[in-house]
Design a protein around this ligand. Structure first.
Ligand code: SF4
Length: 296
């Protein structure tokens, strides 16, 4: 297969581009998203949430290439056989590019790794993991103007479907290239890879040597997202544009939806903004305080 732009062989098929034209196409797409949705303004202090996977390392290297003042923030959940490998990739990329990296962990925050928690308490891994990750990211990014994440078009199409199925209309209106419904006490989250498919991000990451293997969290098969992901991938086999069309239609529909602002109060335990009297994180922390450390 030939590249659409030159006589070289294509390294990517949808659209067919050689390495040079694919990289240019990809970077233009990300720049356009940033410009169209005004995701990052000149001079802002940028934090990038980094897991060490293809998506987060792609957005980290691009933002570092285009902006001053970029810092990587990584959360170590303590998932053996998985997180230590992706964190190594994050450390390598940060060292090579001289990007400051701040790592914070569940163990540091509450004394237990995710693996230890799951051994002792019957909790759904992704529910507890997500609550702590959101909290640690919000805390670590407080000093920054913007927090960029590596969510791609596949992740976002899955999120739209998940919220439709669950009837979660409040969360539904908070999805998009800019998270939320306007200014909050938290650092603004932005998703510059919003219109890039997982396949495109994977190709970009491999072509740039950002990752050399693909590791998945061992708990991923327990997540509701995984079911939606599999279904959507099956559907897309015969309708290749389905994910992009879903996102475009969602963004259009979102404009006419009432934007109900969630009013936050202070958590009675930690004082952080919360939609309920005691935040989810403090609820988990008090539940986990019943675990004796010496029995782990
Ligand atoms: Fe955490 Fe679930 Fe993601 Fe694994 S798959 S990192 S447990 S949210």
């Amino acid at each position: 297969m030939r590249c659409l732009e030159c006589i070289n062989h294509a390294v990517f098929d949808t659209p067919a581009y050689c390495k040079e034209h694919f990289l240019a196409y990809f970077e233009n797409k990300v720049r356009e998203t940033i410009a169209t949705y005004n995701l990052i303004k000149k001079g802002q202090r940028i934090a990038v949430a980094v897991s060490g996977g293809k998506d987060s390392l792609t957005i980290l290297t691009l933002l570092h290439k285009w902006y001053e003042n970029v810092t990587a923030i990584a959360i170590d959940e303590g998932i053996a056989g998985y997180r230590e490998h992706t964190l190594k990739d994050a450390q390598r990329i940060c060292q090579e590019n001289k990007i400051p990296l701040c790592i914070t962990s569940y163990k540091e925050f509450m004394g237990f790794t995710l693996d230890e928690i799951l051994k002792k308490k019957k909790l759904h891994p992704c529910t507890v993991c997500g609550a702590f990750r959101r909290h640690l990211l919000a805390t670590a990014s407080k000093e920054f103007d913007v927090l960029a994440t590596g969510h791609n078009a596949d992740d976002e199409a899955q999120a739209v479907l998940m919220n439709i199925i669950k009837g979660n209309t409040e969360l539904f209106t908070r999805l998009g290239p800019v998270s939320g419904n306007g200014p909050t006490q938290f650092t603004q989250r932005v998703k510059p890879l919003y219109f890039c498919t997982e396949k495109e991000v994977m190709a970009y990451a491999y072509l740039n040597g950002l990752v050399d293997s693909f590791t998945e969290c061992p708990n991923v098969h327990e997540s509701y997202r995984q079911i939606i992901r599999d279904e959507l991938n099956t559907y897309t086999k015969t309708r290749p544009q389905a994910k992009q069309q879903l996102l475009q239609r969602f963004l259009k529909a979102k404009q006419s939806l009432p934007h109900k602002k969630i009013s936050l109060q202070q958590c009675t335990t930690c004082g952080e903004p919360s939609s309920r009297a005691q935040c989810k994180v403090c609820e988990y922390v008090s539940l986990l305080s019943t675990i004796k450390k010496d029995k782990i």
